[in-house]
Design a protein around this ligand. Structure first.
Ligand code: SF4
Length: 565
């Protein structure tokens, strides 16, 4: 743990204090912004800044808090003039804007406080911030507040890892949000995941023993959203909602009862590991609780690669059958896939395309392997002397893991990795391939028991109208006839799947053109390599592995689903 230090200034500032929370911009060219889908329903960005509004709830009641999300609105000079301090921070792909914000604040003499996952993983990148509050903040925020009130204007506060008792975390300040700006609202039930995937930073940031909120606590969060008038899509942002199966199974009947009593104001999505498919009872509970989609990390079609990356929960199974089982339980699957692992023995393009097709996953987030800071993968590559010098910097121009991945010296030829990646994108996001998967998914998706009508106030109500389908088709850059045919086929096979079908088509509005954009960027990289123009980035010198850190952290108590890893 880094040593904490506070430099006390001479003139203390009296309470109350005006805190301006600024959520930094994600880089514009990203798979995740779904900008065209947002536009279709009048939203500006998919997800809310849940971390910042949770921190806001931890601040003294006498402090005034304003929130500006740079992904949805402009930051005005008057906001900065109002503020006594700025709080900011986010993920790796917000780093560029965060650093810009820090400089903007410093130029005004406005103290800036940084926190969040990227600052926690790469604190050295944020040394220009006045305060760094790193890790899960619940247990250290009071130290920061005390230091501030005593006049400190610089400081470093580092939380002890995985120690926060999330049952004490207050209801996030949902009242700071403009709901109409977002596709969905996030809530968090648990932190941590019992698995050991080598490339994952979640287990480093939140540990391998999932910590869960109480039933009353999470229902209190939903109640707060309900009372504020929000209706619609709520995402459980947990990195693996089923990380503690016992806990989620104990909670779901309460959730089901709550939504029934409130006449189904929300529909839910989440992320879960693929072993979800092994548990019929859990699938049925999620369906009864109004979950309609789940993101699953599939990563690779190659068993050896899955074993090497320590994602054993995806082995010893038919991945396609597992996905179909989730469809039969009424939830559609979006999934992550990665190209560029050391253990790939030749091209993975064909088997990955086959797997995506066989599983019938319309939206597959296929990225290049990115060695994220603070992961087992990055430590291994560092010890092998294979990390690029700037591996943990994310300038906006570089893009996300789709265009800026492979930030290390590869084992397989870089050229082959890029060619594979390009081929996968080209084939899975052709209108015909996408629509084919959509049709197969719609035939399997069991929407029985799902409410046809969404509640008043849910922006997605418009999605299932025929006018919206026509509007969507008119916005498609290509393949309109094929999409119309897919729509009519899906409706004839399974009319109840209309909302899922139109939602996925709306996502295509973004991922279709975005995949073409990524292909162009990859083409340039391929051309540079073929013509000898590619200048390999400098490598960091090898560092000796730290014995304790090189191993994945062990859960403090046996994790209930560790046997499926
Ligand atoms: S399943 Fe793997 S990738 Fe997903 S949160 Fe857990 S450790 Fe990370």
């Amino acid at each position: 743990m880094e040593q904490q230090q506070n430099i006390v200034a001479r003139t203390p500032t009296a309470s109350p204090c005006n805190v301006l929370m600024i959520y930094p911009r994600f880089m514009a060219d990203s798979f995740w912004n779904f900008s065209e889908a947002c536009e279709l329903v009048g939203a500006r960005y998919p997800a809310i800044p849940l971390g910042l509004i949770t921190v806001a709830a931890l601040l003294p009641k006498s402090w005034n808090v304003r929130l500006v999300n740079r992904n949805t609105e402009e930051l005005a000079d008057s906001d900065l003039d109002w503020a006594d301090m700025v709080m900011t921070g986010g993920m790796l792909f917000q780093q560029s804007d965060t650093l810009e914000l820090i400089e903007m604040c410093r130029a005004r003499g406005l103290p800036v406080v940084i926190g969040g996952p990227d600052a926690t993983s790469s604190p050295h990148r944020y040394e220009r911030a006045n305060f760094r509050v790193l890790g899960e903040v619940e247990d250290i925020i009071s130290q920061f507040i005390e230091a501030w009130e005593q006049g400190a204007r610089e400081g470093l506060f580092v939380a002890e890892k995985f120690k926060v008792d999330v049952t004490k975390t207050p209801v996030p300040r949902f009242d700071l949000l403009k709901f109409e700006h977002y596709l969905y609202i996030g809530v968090q039930f648990s932190r941590g995941c019992p698995f050991t995937c080598e490339f994952c930073d979640i287990i480093e940031l939140y540990g391998r023993s999932p910590r869960t909120k109480t039933h009353d606590q999470i229902l209190g969060e939903l109640e707060a959203l309900y009372k504020l008038g929000y209706r619609g899509h709520v995402d459980f942002v947990d990195d693996n909602l089923i990380g503690n199966k016992k806990a989620i199974k104990a909670f779901l009947p309460h959730l089901q009862q709550w939504i029934e009593q409130h006449d189904y104001p929300f529909e839910f999505t989440t992320e879960a590991s693929l072993n979800l498919a092994d548990d019929d009872e859990l699938l049925a509970m999620l369906k009864r609780s109004n979950f309609f989609a789940v993101f699953v990390g599939i990563e690779s079609p190659d068993t050896e690669t899955l074993i090497a990356m320590r994602k054993k929960q995806n082995t010893r199974r038919s991945i396609g059958d597992s996905v179909h089982k989730i469809y039969h339980a009424g939830m559609f699957v979006t999934a992550g896939f990665i190209v560029g692992f050391d253990s790939e023995r030749g091209s993975v393009a064909e088997p990955m395309i086959e797997l995506i097709e066989e599983s019938a996953i319309p939206i597959a987030m296929v990225g290049l392997l990115y060695a994220l800071p603070n992961t087992q993968l990055t430590r291994r590559l560092a010890s092998e002397g294979r990390l690029h010098v700037d591996h943990d910097s994310a300038p906006a121009a570089k893009g996300d893991q789709c265009t800026a991945g492979v930030n290390y010296e590869t084992k397989r030829s870089r050229l082959e990795i890029l060619r594979d990646y390009r081929e996968i994108l080209e084939r899975i996001y052709s209108p015909d391939a996408f629509c084919g998967r959509l049709e197969r998914l719609a035939a399997m998706l069991d929407c029985s028991g799902r409410r046809k009508e969404l509640p008043e106030g849910d922006v997605r109500r418009r999605l299932s109208t025929i006018n919206m389908v026509h509007e969507l088709l008119s916005r498609l850059p290509e393949g309109r006839e094929r999409f119309w045919k897919a729509f009519t086929t899906c409706m004839s096979k399974n009319p109840q799947s209309v909302r899922a079908v139109v939602t996925l088509m709306a996502f295509y509005l973004h991922v279709g053109p975005y995949s073409r954009y990524v292909m162009k960027q990859i083409d340039r990289q391929i051309e540079d390599l073929e013509q000898g123009r590619f200048v390999a980035p400098k490598l960091l010198p090898p560092v000796a592995p730290e014995p304790a850190a090189a191993k994945p952290p062990k859960p403090a108590v046996p994790a209930p689903i560790a046997m499926s890893a």
